[in-house]
Design a protein around this ligand. Sequence first.
Ligand code: NIG
Ligand code: FE
Length: 407
Amino acid sequence: MSATPIDLLIRNARVVACGDANCGVSPPGFVAIAGGKIAAVGVGEPAHTGTVREEVDAEGALLTPGLIDCHTHLVYAGNRAREFEMRLEGASYEAIARAGGGIVSTVRQTRDADPDTLFAESALRLQSLMRHGVTTVEIKSGYGLSLESELKSLRVARALGERFPIGVRTTLLAAHALPPEFSGRPDDYIDEVVQHILPEAARLGLADAVDAFCETIGFTPAQTRRVFDAARAHGLPVKLHAEQLSNQHGAALAAEFGALSADHLEHLDEAGAFAMARAGSVAVLLPGAYYFLRDTTLPPIELLRRHGVAMAVSTDCNPGTSPTTHLPLMLNMACTLFRLTPAEALLGVTRHAARALGLQATHGTIEIGKAADLCLWNIDQPAALAYEIGAGALRARFKNGVQHPPQ
Ligand code: NIG
Ligand code: FE
């Protein structure tokens, strides 16, 4: 190691760099941080001759990359606890949506909320994610569904990233549901999305990516394609809610546009997996939604493995299908329900989640030159992160090399 001043030296850590498929653990060693980035990683004690501003003794704890939650809808107002009861009484998610509940009921509450209220409600969820070790989160709009309300949600998402020590990537999901004022006129709403909402979000720099809900209760592949064409015209990468409730061949469509990811994928077929592999699109698995909707169709994990599609795991934090901020619990569910290995699950919230956000060059692994986003855990092996249900084993969390007490 050179004599560059080190801002923070984490010593005596067992590093899980997430650079290899097995999530191997290094013997006790150190990570040195300078200027918010990882400056050195090694086994044993560092041979450093320069200044070290601060030291942390990890006492043998496991050090992983900070967790990345690459698919959330966490900016919304209100809740849908009553719909939860209705579903327990037998109503289906689709039936509730068709009867004017579902996404549209959160749209009403989100439109009515002033930006401060929306910020305050969303901040509680963001703080909870941070307590679970999340250092980067993707936040989608999609509960505004008008120019004004979509921009309001994206601005709140950006503001959250400025107020809290967490990286926020925003995604415009204006094509999430049909707003009531466009009832029966989905193509007119798509006109509004591609001619006004998307260009304005792009012009203001409020969206890092564009997403859509390609589904019988969402938008058709033809409508999704129009949204993707507009995203491309504005230089924005795309993602897609695909094959969640039925096979619309959305994953293949997303792959055609070089999508960062296709998400959910319970009904994905071989052609879709093949297309994703060829495009390098990540499969984002959302076991919270699968569980909460009591779904019975498993995403085709073996197919994804066979085609070499990288798999990410995320909370899908939203009021309708996955009201959770517990990303480590999603690791457990990804293993228990979807039969991922604990190593696959961990890669799914680190290396592969970074890729699902286009951040693979700077985030997701412990490597020299990457952002010093790190988590120290009171566990003895990587599998324990997925194994311990809701244990809260986080010992310390670092964002850009700075340790923040739980907020
Ligand atoms: O990811 N599938 C569409 N969107 C969300 C659900 C949104 C809602 O019900 O409020 C999802 O599952
Ligand atoms: Fe979602």
